[in-house]
Design a binder for this molecule. Structure first.
Ligand code: FMN
Length: 182
């Protein structure tokens, strides 16, 4: 591999594991490059799935560079939507994506991958972010509580509440939660 794409190892706790890192259209998607590299530093292979809205915030080339792999932005005959990864991590997850998952919608690369993951009980970690008005939306709040009951493979990682916003927790906390789910 081109040495520009390599990461320095900090551990091997995700050695041999594949992580589907799903990026959706929140401003926190600008953190995705760092998050992908934190996963790789623990030995994970990261496959990135990005919604069209996510790509308004973060460039495909940056995600590709971080993962050292092509980014999946649309479904093709290669059936990328059938989950073959060990874990699915949605960070950041928009309120729209969480509500779509709760409704069973498989309408883009992320929600279709999650639909497949849940059908085979693959762990799905979700870090939802957004302005407090979105985060406190009663439909979203109901889904936050009910989804893990319907689909026990789902775990929500609590956000950091700051400046009237639900922000991504520390990136290393997302990696630790992923490791803990194995
Ligand atoms: C500047 C900006 C920031 C946004 N940040 C968020 C956010 O943090 N959380 C969220 O749920 N939606 C946010 N949105 C709205 C989403 O982009 C919108 O609901 C979109 O349809 C989500 O699509 P996706 O879930 O398919 O990625 C933001 C929109 C804009 C324009």
């Amino acid at each position: 591999m081109n040495d520009d794409l390599q990461v320095e190892s900090v551990g091997d706790r995700l050695e041999g594991k594949t992580v589907a890192l799903c990026v959706t259209g929140g401003i926190a998607s600008v953190e995705s490059v760092k998050l992908i590299r934190h996963f790789r530093r623990e030995g994970a292979e990261v496959n990135v799935f990005a919604t069209p809205e996510a790509l308004k915030f973060i460039g495909k080339a940056a995600l590709e560079w971080a993962a050292a792999k092509p980014v999946i932005t649309e479904l093709s005959g290669l059936a990328e939507h059938i989950c073959t990864q060990d874990i699915v991590v949605i960070a950041p997850a928009t309120i729209n994506t969480v509500n779509a998952i709760a409704a069973g919608i498989a309408g883009n690369v992320v929600t279709t991958l999650v639909a497949s993951a849940l059908g085979q009980k693959t762990p799905v970690l979700i870090a939802a972010t957004g302005h407090h008005s979105l985060y406190e939306n009663p439909i979203f709040q109901r889904n936050l509580k009910e989804l893990p009951k319907v689909a026990p493979a789902i775990t929500f990682i609590p956000p950091k509440m700051e400046e009237g916003k639900a922000k991504l927790p520390e990136l290393k906390q997302i990696v630790e939660a992923s490791i803990a789910s194995f």
